[in-house]
Structures are given as C-alpha cells and as structure tokens.
Design a protein around this ligand. Structure first.
Ligand code: ADP
Ligand code: MG
Length: 364
C-alpha cells in the first residue's frame, strides 16, 4: 500500500525574473500499489516538483493527491508516512552514520533491539556497515547518498519516494544498487516512485515508467510497452535509440522515402509522416524484398555484445546494430566502407510529421 492518484495537478512557479512558469501542466496519473514506478524525463521537466508535491513538501497550485482514494492534500509530510531519498542527500551532519540510519526508528519509538536490527540490516544493504561511526563529512558523496537510502528504508513506510538516488554514485555501484532497490521494494511490498533522467536506469528498475516532458506526461506503461509502442517521436528517441526518416503517403499501405517505396502493415492516415526504426531492426546484409539504402560507415562502436555502425546517408546519420555471435570478433565491415542496408515496414513506427523536427526531439 498505497496506490497514489494525481488529479488535475497544476504547479506554477514565479521565476527569479518574475515570469510565470508552468512546471506541471494539469497532470492526471495513477501510480499502482506495490509497483516500482519511475518518473523519467529530461532535466527541468518537473519530476522533482511532482515528487515533492506527492511528499507534501510543496503545495500544488491546484489539483488533488489521493493515497488509496483518500485526499491527502491537507496532510503534512509527517502524516503521509513516506520514506524519502533526496537528490541532494539531506542527512544530519552532526550525527554519525549509525545515528543517521537510526533516526526514523528512534523518532517512531521502536525498541532498542528493533532499532539495532534495522540499522544493521540497512547499513549492510548499502555497504556502510563498517563506517557506522563515521561522520557524514568523512564520507564520499556516493556514501552519503547510500546513507540517505538506508535512512529512508529504516522508517518502514509503505511508500518510498526517491529523487535521483543513484545519480551521484559510481556507475558500477549505481547499477548494482538498482537491483537491490527493486529487491528491497518487492520484498517489503512497497510502492516506490523513483525519479531519474537516466532511461537505462528506468528500463532496468521499473515495473511502470511515467515519461515526462515540459511539465506534461508523454506516455506511461511498462518498459516493454514504451520501447515497442512509443506514442511519439520524443518517446521513441528518449527510450532507446531510434532513426527517423521523413516519408510521404503514396497509397493506403505504402509510403515513399527518398524515392523508394516502403509497404506498411497498417493504413497510413496522414500525408506527411515520419518513419522510426530501431538500430537493431536494420539489416546490414540487405534483404531483397525490403526498402534498401546505401551509405558510408563513418564510425564503428564496439559495445561488447554488439557493434554499432554509424552510417552516413546523404549527411544524415543512421545507427545500425549488429549482434556479435560467438567469439569471432573479425569484422566484415570497416570504417569508410560504402554499404547497403535494409529494413521492413513490419518493424517501423509511424508518426505524424512534426512542424519542427529538431524541436520535437529536443530535451528542453
Ligand atoms: P526536474 O526534477 O525534472 O529536473 P524540477 O521539478 O526541478 O525538474 O523543475 C521543473 C521546472 O520548475 C524547472 O523549469 C525549474 O526551473 C522550475 N522550478 C523548480 N523549482 C522552482 C522554484 N522553487 N522556483 C521557481 N522555479 C522552480
Ligand atoms: Mg530533479
């Protein structure tokens, strides 16, 4: 417990220059109980603002927050029973690691034995069990963030809110903590709402992704749904990689790209469209019955399990992946080679052509 519902939520700020800023633009959202949800989106899109409003640390301009269908808008943070991990870890500087981690349980009046057990467990979980007597200023930034996490877990709240909890950490530790966080949330039946700008982190950790942009919700769903059925060029571009081609409708089920025809499984509704294709759906050994292009390989990136080929097609860069099979890394293609590639209409996304291509993909 609980399920968190957001109804018609608006948040306006007045900027330092006195300008009106719409940080959250009438959001409606259902965050499922006991699931791991992430608020994902570029910096400045309103993630922290939304999380702080859910926590009761910030008042909305209008709209409602419901926990299990109960309006909590009038409730103080302390009354909302939340564990919170802040972006800029807010631990007590004068308390050592152990006492910081024990803060929640102590305030809640738990027994000494319960407190000791919880603190020991949580410090171990975040890898700080040997630093229990250290003061926060003696720890690295990453360690402080881990301490913030241990403290948030100690309260045993059923709702855990995390604002970029892994961003300050070393990549390896951060990736490891992703699994730990999800495991902790699952075993304790928590509802987690985790803010991140990192799409890979969101893909790994989430049951449910809420993709945001400029104070609005773009799309919500499982990582698979967002990856396989993005509802916009922005979603296709932000979650994973995607190549885009401008296309024109030729008949009900066919479009033209640079004078070449592409057959599509579904009826095309607009005249001007954009075709999206994932790099792994591009075939470097072109299929005869697919739409074919040629270009020059500008760059080859070795990614361990695959190669990324960056192919210059009339000054547009197309990214294509080729899986590496077996142990033989000998390359068939080289930088500078002119090659052909193809893809199928079955594998593409179809979007209406935006007025401004660049703006549609921009993160701001
Ligand atoms: P995110 O967490 O997604 O990076 P934020 O929620 O922090 O984004 O900010 C959303 C927008 O609201 C940004 O344009 C930011 O500058 C603005 N903003 C956030 N807090 C304040 C504030 N206290 N006063 C004025 N503007 C703010
Ligand atoms: Mg933020």
């Amino acid at each position: 417990m609980p399920n968190v519902k957001i109804v018609n939520l608006i948040k306006r700020f007045v900027s330092a220059r006195g300008e009106d800023l719409l940080a959250l633009d009438r959001l409606n959202l259902d965050i499922p109980d006991r699931k791991y949800s992430t608020l994902l989106g570029p910096s400045g899109c309103g993630k922290t603002t939304l999380l702080r409003i859910i926590a009761g640390l910030l008042e909305p301009t209008s709209g409602q927050i419901l926990f299990d269908n109960m309006d909590v808008s009038g409730k103080m943070t302390q009354e909302r029973d939340i564990g919170f991990v802040f972006q800029n870890f807010s631990i007590f500087p004068h308390m050592d690691v152990w006492h910081n981690a024990a803060y929640g349980p102590v305030v809640r009046g738990w027994s000494q034995a319960e407190i000791a057990k919880t603190v020991e467990r949580n410090l171990k979980l975040v890898g700080l069990e040997k630093r229990d007597k250290a003061l926060p200023h003696e720890l690295s930034g990453g360690m402080n963030q881990r301490l913030g996490l241990a403290r948030a877990l100690a309260g045993h709240s059923s709702l855990l809110l995390l604002d970029e909890p892994l961003s300050a950490l070393d990549a390896k530790i951060g990736a490891f903590l992703r699994y730990e966080l999800k495991k902790i949330a699952k075993t304790n039946h928590l509802t987690a709402i985790h803010v991140t700008h990192n799409q890979e982190e969101a893909m790994t950790i989430s049951d449910n992704i809420i993709l945001m942009r400029k104070g609005e919700i773009v799309q919500t769903g499982t990582p698979e749904a967002l990856y396989d059925q993005p509802n916009s060029m922005f979603a296709a571009n932000f979650i994973g990689k995607c190549n885009f081609f401008k296309a024109r409708k030729k008949s009900s089920h066919s479009v033209e790209i640079d004078g070449k025809m592409l057959q599509l499984p579904n009826e095309v509704s607009q005249d001007k469209i954009v075709i999206g294709i994932r790099p792994e759906k591009i075939h470097l050994d072109p299929h005869p019955d697919q739409i074919r292009f040629s270009g020059r390989i500008e760059l080859i990136n070795f990614l361990g399990h695959l190669y990324e080929y960056r192919i210059n097609v009339e000054s547009d860069i197309v990214s294509a992946y080729k899986r590496i099979k077996g142990k033989n890394l000998k390359q068939k293609y080289h930088e500078g080679d002119v090659i052909e590639f193809s893809f199928s209409g079955e594998d593409v996304f179809v979007f209406p052509e935006p007025e401004d291509f660049k703006k549609e993909l921009s993160l701001g």
